[in-house]
Design a protein around this ligand. Sequence first.
Ligand SMILES: Cc1cc2nc3c(=O)[nH]c(=O)nc-3n(C[C@H](O)[C@H](O)[C@H](O)COP(=O)(O)OP(=O)(O)OC[C@H]3O[C@@H](n4cnc5c(N)ncnc54)[C@H](O)[C@@H]3O)c2cc1C
Length: 330
Amino acid sequence: MSDYKGIFVVGEIENGSLSSLTRELLGGARRLADTMQDEVGLFLVAKEPGNAGQEGITLGADKVYVSTDPALLDMNPDAYVFVVTHLCSQIKPLLCLIGQTDLGRDLAPRVAARLEAGLCMDCIHVDVNEERNGFIQTRPAYGGKALSVIASTNGRPQVNTVRSKAMEPLLPQDQRTGETIAVQESPDSSSIRIRILEREAATSGGIKLEDAKVIVAGGGGIGGPEGFDMIKDLARRIGGEVGATRVPVDENWVPLSMEIGQTGKIVNPELYIAIGISGAAQHITGCLNSKTIVSINKDPDANIFKISDIGLVGDYRDVLPVLIEKFQER
Ligand SMILES: Cc1cc2nc3c(=O)[nH]c(=O)nc-3n(C[C@H](O)[C@H](O)[C@H](O)COP(=O)(O)OP(=O)(O)OC[C@H]3O[C@@H](n4cnc5c(N)ncnc54)[C@H](O)[C@@H]3O)c2cc1C
């Protein structure tokens, strides 16, 4: 293991506190570090270093590295690549865990390439190997139809992105102590080629799809934006969020933030209702871990039925009004 030590988590802040995925990564990192009798470091970008740092410590971090650099606060990926690469070169962690988020997907390969490190994207499980000299990663392959188990012994560090709900957060332990370290390193202007011109808030306004317990998703079979009004109505009545396949996004019926799948969000709700969705591998990979999948499709041979717990064959225009009425009665 040479002079590489510990686990380094790249965290993200949402509404002033650690994102749910960051909490999960910290829990996973703490369990691995305990097995290896090692330390957990957490990197955060925060306006209020004290609060964020303390939260990270109660959830498993030993050291929290906090940057308040404006370019990082602005979520500029180039700035993140620069600072995370720099910190990894200095701290030399054995394993670097990054969330499989928009930022993480961009950051991880670029950091790994600069460090000439090992890289495994979209992990659903990470373990240390028996010899304690490397890691074993599990990730979906072939659009979720298979799982690949990847052993890495040479990556220093091993850089992994991890899906939401793949690791368990710890319960906060207020008595835990740790150290908060201010990150002084700022990206130099030559390393920043991306300019953020404008930001647009995602339109959903409700719970994040990744955290939703119930999702009602529509596909190409919905036929247009007005069809999504019915989907939103059902979602509202059952306390769910609205998702979509790539077709409604490409057609501009719904915003990109609603896309679920390989290039969209990975979700794990208790209930996933798929309406007018064919069940393409690229979509299924994003919702396969839902506890119960209910599908409505007019084609009895639609692929989505193969992964569904309950399948309703019919035109959604006939089925949904009945469902909506039933929930109205309750
Ligand atoms: C590299 C790559 C990445 C991709 N990433 C993603 C991704 O992240 N997410 C994603 O979703 N897709 C992704 N795709 C696209 C994916 O391959 C499929 O094209 C897409 O998922 C199909 O969406 P769909 O099932 O909604 O539409 P369609 O294939 O058009 O299927 C519509 C379904 O609706 C049914 N239907 C039609 N009318 C009705 C009705 N009135 N009532 C009930 N059912 C009806 C039809 O029988 C059909 O099964 C990706 C593709 C590529 C190549």
